[in-house]
Design a protein around this ligand. Structure first.
Ligand code: NDP
Ligand code: MG
Length: 386
């Protein structure tokens, strides 16, 4: 029986994880979970999964739920996330919260020797160097949940060290892939939230349209697989059937294909190296799909992808600034405070505004993350709508 801590249980990845867990009750048990604001769904999950420990977003929520579920222990905010992730019984922590709030519980879990199934890419972008070093030190495995990284990880199985030439990450292009930059000026939140292939949380759906998501994934791949940025390529693949590829030294391409169903990478991360059937599998027929298309990425059309390579190569806290600015900007767009193109402008401005002279520590990175958020929030207040 694998005992799981599910951080971000009420979200899109959280819901898919619960599906996987409930399909194999003899194999998996969720012993702790967290959610932030959705207490109705959270209460349903507590009834259904009967966890020992639950982390919630506020004291009021804790008081309410503790009276309804006296047998469960509750915690609030970051303390709740950390406790859920480090509970004695936990074998693996599935990190499915949105944003860099995932960093502290992930680091605490690694420190406590828990394996990580990582969906929360922002954590690795913000502090990949420290997360990977801690995992190595504690002999902890970090298994990717993100579909592209799971695909690469699957292709890498059995490959000898030194035999891989490149990683090729595929990008669907997001909701605005067919619009020109001029046409982006007047797009709405509703339009941005319509992803052509995947159903996901709001922030990642916006990130997919700005290509921030692919940028974050490039940095995520750099840390997960220890691959130089020059050896990470991105191609536009509108069908989202090939989840990603690797290129071997001899020129062979290995690709992983499948339906757009996050239960697959989630289940693989939880059962690795074993394979199990997916319950209620999505229909997937390549002869019906017929064609797979690949196009070069247009870095002028998607400047946030180009910026990912720039900040990634600069290293230090540059990716932290890139991510933090985007978290604030994407949220501000979701809340109707800024226009769509202001997301990119704010991220670019935050990166331009930052300069690093010496090596940074993890403590400094956490501080830089906070400072960036404050600065970008101030810019949004000062400028309002463009
Ligand atoms: P959702 O927005 O659907 O869910 C986010 C989860 O995190 C919810 O449970 C939410 O709780 C919780 N949460 C939000 N803010 C906080 C906070 N400040 N403190 C603690 N918990 C919080 O996101 P997704 O499931 O789409 O994405 C989760 C992560 O997985 C992201 O990092 C994303 O990039 C990554 N990912 C997602 C994919 C997908 O298909 N969705 C694919 C690949 C990666 P509540 O709802 O109760 O407020
Ligand atoms: Mg992805």
């Amino acid at each position: 029986m694998k005992k799981i801590a599910l951080l971000g249980a009420t979200g899109s990845i959280g819901t898919n994880t619960v599906d996987v867990v409930l399909a194999y009750p003899e194999r998996f048990q969720i012993v702790s979970l967290t959610f932030h604001s959705n207490s109705d769904k959270g209460a349903q999950l507590i009834e259904q999964l009967k966890p020992q420990y639950v982390g919630v977003g506020s004291q009021a929520m804790k008081t309410d739920l503790a009276s309804r579920f006296p047998e469960v222990e509750f915690g609030v905010g970051e303390t709740g996330l950390v406790k859920a992730a480090t509970l004695e019984a936990v074998d693996v922590v599935l990190t499915a919260v949105t944003g860099s709030v995932g960093l502290n519980p992930t680091m605490a879990a690694i420190d406590a020797g828990k394996n990580i199934a990582l969906a929360n890419k922002e954590t690795l972008v913000m502090a990949g160097q420290w997360v990977m070093a801690a995992a190595l030190k504690k002999n902890v495995t970090i298994l990717p949940v993100d579909s592209e990284h799971s695909a690469i990880f699957q292709c890498l199985q059995g490959q000898k060290e030194g035999s891989v030439k490149e990683l090729v990450i595929t990008a669907s292009g997001g909701s605005f892939r067919d619009l020109t930059r001029e046409e982006l000026e007047s797009v709405t939140l509703e339009q941005a939230l319509k992803h052509p292939n995947w159903s996901m949380g709001k922030k990642i759906t916006i990130d997919s349209s700005t290509m921030m998501n692919k940028g974050l994934e490039v940095i995520e791949a750099h840390w997960l697989f220890g691959t130089d940025y020059d050896k990470i390529k991105v191609v536009l693949h509108k069908e989202s059937i090939v989840h990603s590829m690797i290129v071997l030294k001899d020129g062979a391409y290995l690709a992983q294909l499948g339906p757009s169903d996050m239960r697959e990478p989630i289940q693989y991360a939880l059962t690795y190296p074993t394979r199990l059937p997916i319950k209620n599998e999505k229909k997937f027929d390549l002869t019906e799909i017929g064609q797979l298309n690949f196009e070069p990425m247009d870095f002028d059309r998607f400047p946030m992808l180009a910026l990912a390579f720039t900040v990634g190569k600069k290293g230090g806290a540059y990716p932290t600034v890139y991510n933090a600015a985007n978290e604030i900007a994407a949220t501000a767009f979701i809340e109707g405070k800024i226009s769509y193109l202001q997301i990119e402008q704010l991220v670019q401005r935050a990166v331009d505004n930052y300069s690093e002279t010496t090596e940074v520590t993890l403590t400094e990175v956490i501080e830089i993350d906070k400072q960036t958020r404050t600065i970008v929030e101030r810019w949004i207040k000062e400028e309002g709508q463009l």
